[in-house]
Design a binder for this molecule. Sequence first.
Ligand SMILES: [Zn+2]
Length: 413
Amino acid sequence: MVAARYAGRSAARTSRTIVDLVRSSGVVSRVELAEMSGLTGASISRTVKRLLDDGLLVETGQSDATGGKRRTLLELNTAGRFAIGVSIDDARITYVLVNLGGEVVGEFSSEGIGASPPRAVVRRMAKEVRAVLSTGGVTSAAQVTGIGVAAPGRLDLRGTAMRSSREATEWEQFAIEPALQEATGLPVTLEHDYVCAALGEFWVGRVPAAEDFVCFFAATGFGAGMVLGGEVYRGSSSNAGEIGHMVLDVGGTPCWCGSRGCLEAVAGPRAVVGRALERPGLAAALGLSGHPDRVRADFAAIAGAAAAGAAVTGGADCLDVVRDSARNVAAAVLSLTNVMDLDRVVLSGPAFAEAGAIYRDAVRDAVSGLSFLRQVHPVVVELSQLGLQSAAIGAATVALDGGLIAPVSSPPR
Ligand SMILES: [Zn+2]
């Protein structure tokens, strides 16, 4: 039984390796696949036959005969399978539909979960999943490998509970995977939003597979997707990466997690809004509500004014407040860089939409000027190019991989 299960997993891995190689090669023969993968010709033939039968690959003519016999060429059947990626966030729910080639062929977004109860959100998501399928022209559920869900919060040991925050405690123990699976009829895989954002960077080919890198993800809280030697570092309970609860100020501001002086408590969007509200006249000038359910909207207004600077009313005050947040984020990233000896840090997530450059510059200055290893090697610090879809794209790759949790080894061309 154990051997049979191992053989099944091994076959799935081989299939994925072949799919990845065909994806990165474009058009390729069986002989070339054997050379690139190190697998035997017999293993390649068996796997390719299965992938052709499943409609994942297609034969696409013959190679030119140059000295030897002509070879049948293979390519990915990009319309053979699709996957849905969803990122769930306080401010917005973002959906993408990707094909087997990694292209985004459908997209949809709707209002965030706010204070809505989990069951109501799942009912709404089931309708929205149908909407994103129709934007991509996908009519058969059989073509869809599943739904990857990127969400904030702690995963429990079954991987089903997803979210924890002061405002929405109902989410803490809510098992979203079975609920969404039942509502849509599709397999659902849950993953941390910050891990998905890191996988999204791999998917678009931005990060070389050999690099050790961290994707610092900012939404209402912060997380760090850590990829070491091409594999996601997961920790003992698949919860590694909670950089928002790195203590920066011992004995400082209480954090909702129970500790004090956490990065999120001193520099997260909620802290930034709190500090802006203390400045006379700023709330009125920017139309800040100060309501706990409106943290992200308030933060976006402050970050937007900070990016505009002195040109707008309250801009100088906002720049002050956001720069203070960015200095704290930079200190946390610097510490992580020193601990982990990283090659690259990518800043990603919806909270960087308005003032990402302020955060990037602060992190870049701290890392290039103060990294303990700055004389040994440089560390690249950059903003993600995936915008609001970064976590959803990564979540789709999780679903496309059929639930195998590992980064895509070969990005699409
Ligand atoms: Zn905390």
